[in-house]
Design a protein around this ligand. Structure first.
Ligand code: 5RP
Length: 235
């Protein structure tokens, strides 16, 4: 499947998610190429008269939604949202996710957690039996980076998924800096046997701001494949 085909699947999943939107909803907008399709398709509905208020999970999504004329809010003004729609890097059968490939995991998790419901949209290449093939993004503060990485290495080894850590760099060759001014360390773990317990252990490390394991957050996942669309529900 080429990049164009995958992009069409992303758009198809996003189009189905637009059906979940009702007038007056307070929406969380995700980040990334799949989420961008949702924002664009939602923008069409807004131009056609649909009234919704949206909170963006990144500066990039904020800029896109603004350009499309959406009514935007913040979590300070609108702390409770009805629905967040976002992409993912990996989706497990129980709808545990790896997110943060686009570097927006902190705000994405805050926005999703402020929502009554999170719906994931993805093409079927994101479906996995076990999380971990996609390197796990971990957002850290710049201060004490080496010490924090040492701590992360010990925790992932104890969790049964040792793997090298890589400080993420941007296209300019400099360390990638998140919207919150933090760094991202990508942990190539290959297979995460117990995402819930690893999530708890990572969250305890001083210097770790957030990690890309979203466990028990997504309510549904809209997965688009060449065979059609299926909607998975969290059990
Ligand atoms: C950004 C994310 C994205 O949702 C994830 O990386 C998927 O991206 P894409 O839709 O471009 O494949 O978590 O932080």
């Amino acid at each position: 499947m080429n990049t164009n085909d995958i992009d069409n699947l992303k758009r198809a999943a996003a189009a189905r998610a637009v059906d979940f939107v009702e007038p007056g909803m307070r929406l969380g907008l995700g980040t990334g190429s799949t989420a961008n399709h949702f924002v664009e398709l939602l923008g069409d509905r807004v131009r056609a008269g649909l009234a919704v208020t949206a909170v963006a999970s990144s500066e990039a999504t904020q800029a896109l939604a603004q350009k499309l004329g959406m009514t935007l809010s913040t979590l300070d003004e609108t702390p409770q949202l009805d629905l967040t729609v976002d992409g993912a890097d990996e989706v497990a059968p129980d709808l545990a996710l790896i997110k943060g490939g686009g570097g927006a995991l902190l705000r994405e998790k805050i926005v999703a957690s402020a929502s009554a419901r999170m719906v994931v949209i993805a093409d079927d290449s994101k479906l996995v039996d076990v999380l971990g093939r996609f390197p796990l993004p971990i957002e850290v503060v710049p201060f004490g980076l080496k010490a924090t990485c040492g701590h992360i290495e010990r925790v992932v080894a104890e969790a049964g998924c040792p793997g090298p850590l890589h400080l993420r760099h941007g296209r300019d060759g400099h360390p990638f800096v998140t919207d919150g001014g933090h760094l991202i360390v990508d942990a190539a773990l290959e297979r995460i046997p117990d995402p819930l317990s690893l999530a708890a252990r990572l969250a305890e490390i001083p210097g770790v701001v957030e990690h890309g394991l979203f466990v028990g957050i997504a309510a549904s996942a809209i997965i688009a494949s060449a065979a059609g669309i299926k909607v998975l529900q969290h059990k």
